[in-house]
Ligand binder design. Structure first.
Ligand code: SAM
Length: 322
């Protein structure tokens, strides 16, 4: 067992009925990916409602979500193109929530269209319950492209377009669920909008991606799922050992140009691993290898030793890296 499985609460049941059992204003953050009503088979006919029924149902679960969310809480909701404008209206006009960001999850592989443009994004709406809310930008910065003494080397805002691959069927972390999302997406939302020990709710937890992330980030996760087969799968998923989330924004592995001074470079590398690869232990080797490749003509023995201490690669003279 890895970390604090007991702080993750997994509930088998209907999202609306189960949220009714939660105390009012007890949740700091809601991050969720409800059925998009596109006829996916979740084993419970939840994804095939007539248009108006889907909107009424959306309002009913959002009513409970609003009740349990704290006044300074934040809500992130995944949605497909067909209903996203309706969802936006419900949040802003019916519920009086405050729009913050429309995030586009961009992926490079997906279904192909022969008449029309092949879809390559899903979207996430971020709204806050009031104007007073927390946003922890330092937790989610991405590395700069260039070293400049005037640049904030702590990193840049990742913007509202996020590129992550789908969890591929060949990946070890792929679960038997039709719409499993990459953990990297949840990592960013949860780090941006909660702090350790906060309560994070996903009322449509599916294969448990949200709980896997809250578990590793030391948040108290609550996940609700209607299909019992997925509950079994999540319990197993939460017992797996952790070597990093199953997906990473490629920018987190990027080595800035112009790190020409040895002392600056060594300090930067140490910080980069601590800031950007904290939850991606299994990416550290590749990052160090990229540093070695990029700066190989400037690196002396002391620095090779320093870099090798982070890496499974031995001293570069003994290996055929370059
Ligand atoms: C889009 S999937 C979530 C996928 C999830 N983000 C992941 O990464 O695995 C939606 C999930 O909601 C569940 N669901 C549908 N209707 C529900 C309801 N009324 N209450 C609770 N869960 C429901 C489905 O069984 C499905 O697993």
């Amino acid at each position: 067992m890895d970390k604090r499985i007991e702080t993750q609460r997994l509930i088998l049941g209907d999202a609306v009925a189960e949220m009714r059992q939660l105390s009012a204003k007890s949740v700091d953050l809601i991050v969720t990916d409800p059925p998009y009503n596109l006829g996916k088979d979740y084993g419970n006919s939840s994804d095939d409602l007539i248009f108006e029924d889907y909107l009424s149902w959306t309002k009913s679960w959002l009513f409970e979500a609003d009740r349990v969310l704290k006044d300074d809480g934040t809500l992130y909701i995944f949605m497909g193109v067909r209903y996203i404008s309706y969802l936006y209206n419900i949040l802003e006009r019916d519920m009086g929530y405050h729009f913050n960001s429309w995030i586009t999850w961009y992926y490079t592989q997906g279904i192909g269209k022969t008449k029309g443009f092949s879809p390559r994004h899903d979207d996430i709406l971020m709204f806050t319950k009031s104007k007073k809310f927390n946003f922890y930008l330092d937790n989610i910065r991405v590395p700069q492209k260039y070293y400049r003494s005037i640049n904030n080397m702590r990193g840049a805002n990742p913007s509202n377009v996020w590129e992550f691959s789908h969890v591929h069927y060949s990946q070890k972390s792929r679960e038997n669920h039709p719409t499993q999302k990459p953990e990297g997406l949840y990592e960013r939302m949860i780090l941006a909008s909660s702090k350790e020990n906060d309560v994070v709710l996903d009322p449509f937890v599916g294969s448990g991606t949200a709980l896997r992330v809250t578990q590793q980030l030391n948040r108290q996760g609550i996940g609700i799922e209607k299909n019992g087969a997925f509950i079994d799968l999540i319990e197993k998923r939460l017992m797996q050992s952790f070597t990093g989330f199953d997906s990473i924004d490629a920018r987190l592995e990027r080595v800035p140009n112009d790190l020409n001074d040895k002392e600056v470079r060594m300090t930067y590398v140490k910080n980069h691993v601590a800031w950007f690869l904290k939850n991606h232990q299994d990416s550290v080797d590749d990052f160090i290898k990229s540093v070695m490749k990029k700066y190989k003509n400037k690196i002396d023995n002391e620095e090779w030793e320093f870099l090798s201490s982070y890496s499974k690669y031995a001293h570069p003279k003994q290996i055929s890296l370059f």
